[in-house]
Every structure is written in C-alpha cells, then in structure tokens.
Design a protein around this ligand. Structure first.
Ligand code: PLP
Length: 457
C-alpha cells in the first residue's frame, strides 16, 4: 500500500506541525521497508541508525504488523487500575523468563523519559517505605542523557537540553565524572587506576552528601547520544556496585538506548558481570512499531513495596498499552526465533572491524568505539592532541548531512552538546543487518568523512 492510497486527497504542508527545528524542514518519509527509507521526492536512503537506535527487526515487518492488527481487532485499551491485558502479561513473562533470579517485576510505560522518571520515583519510594525518608538525593555523571522530563533532565549532563531550565532542575542531583578512556584516562594511568579513581569519586561524593541522604546512582551502561557509545572501562561497574552496596544506594542503569539486545545480550549490564537494582529500557524493545518503555525492578525493591504500601506510587493512562505490548511480543519472538542476538554479536564485530580498517587513516577520525550494533566515531581537529573541532563547525552534523546526500542515514552528535567534546556520528543498524549492508554502510561513511575533510580541514 502506498501513502497516496492511504491519504489520497490530503495535501501535505509543513506549516502547522511544530518540528524539532523551527528553521529546517524535515524530510518527508513516505515509506520505510527493511533497512531503507523512501522519501516523497523519490530518494532511497539506507537506514544505519534506526532513528536514534530504535529499529531492531527492520521497518515494515509483515509479521509484526499482522499481529498488531490482530491485537487491534480484539482489544485496543484497558485502564490498568482494575484491568490487565494478555499482551502485557505475556510480554512481562517473556522478558523475565531468563532473569527471574535477578529481577522481580517489570513495569511498562511508553517513553524512555517516563521510564527514568518512574525509576527515580521508585527509588525514593523504596527508601520511604523503609522509613529512610532522607534518602532522596541522586548522583549521575557529567556526559549523560536520561530523558526530557524534569527528573530525567536533572539527572542528565546534557548541557544543551538543560540550559533554559537550569533554575528549576532539582539541586538534589549531583554529578561526577563520566567514564571515557579516550578522553578521561590520564596518559600514564592504567585502566585499573582509572577505574579506581572513578569509583573513589563516587564514594567521596556519597560521603560528601551523606549516605543517609543518597537514594541512587544513575548511569547509562554504555553512554549513548551525548558522547557516542562510550563503553565503561573494565571492572568499572563492579566497583560501582560494591560502593552502592556499601552505602545502601540503589544502582539504576539506563539502557533505553544501549539495551534490549542492542549490544548482543538483552541487558548491556550482563557483559559487566553485575546486576543493577533497576534497569530502564525502551527504543529497540518494540522496534519503533509502537511506543514502549520498561522499568525492570529487582527483588529487594518489590519485597519492600509488597510488605509496605503494596503499590508502586506511579501510574500512567497508557501504561502497559496492549498494542505496544503486542508489538514488543512479536519483536522479541522474531529476535529469538532468528537468533538475532547472535547476529548482533557477529555483525557487531564485523562492523567494528570494517570501521577500523576503513576509517583509521582518516585525519578527522579520533576514536572508533562500540559494542554489538552500537558504534560511534568521534571526530577531532587534531588526531595527536585530540583537539576537538570548535562547536560552531558542527563537524558531526556536517558528516551526517554529507552521508545523507550519499544515501545513508546516521545519527548525529555534536560537540555543541557540551561545548568541549563529543562531536560524533552514531551507527545502530537493525539486528538483522547483513555483512553486505555493513560493507555498504561503512563505505559510505568513509566516503562522507573524506568529503568533509576535503571541504572543512
Ligand atoms: N535515556 C536514554 C539513555 C536515552 O538515550 C533516551 C533517549 O534518547 C532517553 C532516556 C529518553 O527516551 P525518550 O526519548 O523515549 O523519552
């Protein structure tokens, strides 16, 4: 079916809808199938990022659409105060099937921001029900993004998005260093010493605020949009887990972008050999077919709530939305029936290899990093000194725009975010990506960076 058939009489004008930018008109996508976007003007674009790392089973997967249509034919909505629905119950069972030892229950919302907000409230409620009512403060990291609502933004180190609201953002949120071996590790420092320094910093911050006041430490397991796929140094989260346990502080991991299989395991934390108390997920969970996010909650929190008020003090009209849960159910079935997590691992390794081979000699490529199908390229003005581009150059955006003209969608990240580093592009293809597509993606990226170097260096 074509868009023309769905909207035969409608004239598309871009004047009433408030887009992300008031100045630029976004591209009108008429159709997206598999790994390709088809624009109104006839252009075909290879999608290597699924928007912001959302797509996990390709665009317009017929099996997903059929099951969603079946769901719409039997139940569109129930309010969760008194009712529940089969797709939400089945999805919860399915997601926890292999994690019953680590996770007690899961809560479904619609956006990643709602998941962060809910996790923050849950942590406070947990201590409240234990009578520890002063434990309300949080610690998070400088380069981080945890959502657009006020708690998520207070937790975030995303200076650009915070700027107009600094005065109302909660001062009970404290920041410590982000982890970035490329930028933060000192010249002669070993990774072990770097990790120790970072973990000590968390401990010092808890002691400065007072352990009796700290509810949680919030972090992205792998940092997504603000800095571009920054991996935690080896044993970092093990050290963080120990400090959180020592001071009765909850460890809350935000995997909205890096989780739901994107790095080859359902939770990215599985590869860090720790279990957090709360995990936030979203994006790839329902592969963009319908909005869905999740809060995975550890046993000790569920037990405390069960013995206390017996309810999570947080509800949304559209929580556990049947259509979203139906979509995620079939997305998860497709992932397991086709062994796509293994494909994420295999093709992820291949993607890393191709990026290193094809980009390492380019002058503006400072760092290539990632895991699974979650990779970023950080750009620098000077490779040796790692001097970043002036934010006004918007080099990351220029590479993104050039890649687009060359037929490829990548996700941009600009140094303007924090004014000092992070100028990058992000690649996060669908979990079913093939070796051939990875060849094409990385060839276009190499060509686009070369085009930008010719123009701007
Ligand atoms: N947390 C992280 C790590 C994210 O990357 C995002 C979105 O990019 C969010 C939270 C917020 O999710 P949403 O945009 O769905 O509200």
């Amino acid at each position: 079916m074509t868009v023309r058939e769905v909207y035969p009489e409608e004239k598309i004008s871009s004047s009433s809808l408030l887009h992300r930018s008031l100045n630029d008109s976004p591209h009108l996508v008429e159709k997206a199938i598999g790994s390709y976007l088809y624009l109104q003007n006839g252009t075909k674009i290879l999608d290597s990022c699924g928007g912001a790392a959302v797509i996990s089973v390709g665009h317009l997967n017929q099996t997903v659409i059929d099951r969603m249509a079946d769901q719409l034919r039997c139940l569109t909505y129930v309010h969760t105060l008194e009712y529940t629905s089969s797709p939400s119950e089945i999805l919860a069972e399915k997601l926890l099937e292999n994690y019953h030892d680590q996770i007690g229950k899961v809560f479904f919302a619609t956006s990643g921001s709602e998941a962060s907000e809910g996790a923050y409230k849950l942590a406070i409620q947990y201590f409240f029900e234990r009578g520890l009512t002063t434990k309300t403060k949080f610690i998070s990291r400088n380069q981080s993004y945890h959502g657009n609502c006020l708690a998520g933004l207070s937790l975030s180190g995303h200076k650009g998005r915070r700027a107009p609201y600094e005065h109302i953002l909660n001062s009970d949120f404290h920041k410590i260093s982000d982890t970035n071996e490329y930028r933060g590790k000192l010249k002669h420092e070993s990774t072990d010493d770097y990790v120790k320094r970072l973990v000590d910093e968390l401990e010092s911050k808890i002691l400065e605020i007072g352990p009796e006041n700290v509810a949680g430490f919030f972090a992205e397991t792998i940092v997504g949009a603000t800095a571009g796929c920054v991996l935690p140094p080896k044993n970092y989260f093990k050290g963080i887990r120990q400090i959180c346990d020592k001071y009765d502080v909850l460890l809350i991991l935000d995997e909205v972008m890096c989780g739901s299989g994107r790095t080859g395991t359902f939770f990215a934390w599985e590869q860090e050999d720790i279990v957090p108390d709360i995990t936030c997920s979203g994006k790839a969970l329902s592969s963009g077919y319908a909005p869905l996010s999740a809060i995975f909650i550890g046993h000790k929190i569920i037990k405390t709530l069960s013995n206390g008020s017996s309810a999570f003090n947080n509800g949304h009209t559209y929580q556990s939305f049947p259509l979203s849960c139906a979509a995620a159910n079939v997305v998860q079935d497709i992932i397991s029936e086709n062994n796509l997590l293994q494909n994420v691992k295999n093709q992820g390794n291949y993607l890393g290899e191709c990026l290193s081979r094809k980009l390492q000699n380019l002058k503006s490529v400072g760092n290539i990093r990632g895991r699974g199908l979650f990779w970023a390229i950080e750009f620098v003005k000077d490779k040796l000194s790692k001097e970043p581009f002036d934010p006004s150059v918007k080099y990351g955006y220029r590479v993104q725009k050039t890649a687009w003209s060359n037929g490829l969608a990548v996700y941009p990240g600009s140094g303007t975010i924090d004014g000092h580093y992070g100028d990058h592009i992000l690649i996060a293809p669908s979990f079913d990506v093939s070796e051939d597509l990875i060849e094409t993606i990385t060839n276009i990226i190499a060509q686009s960076i070369q085009d930008c170097e010719n123009k701007y260096l």
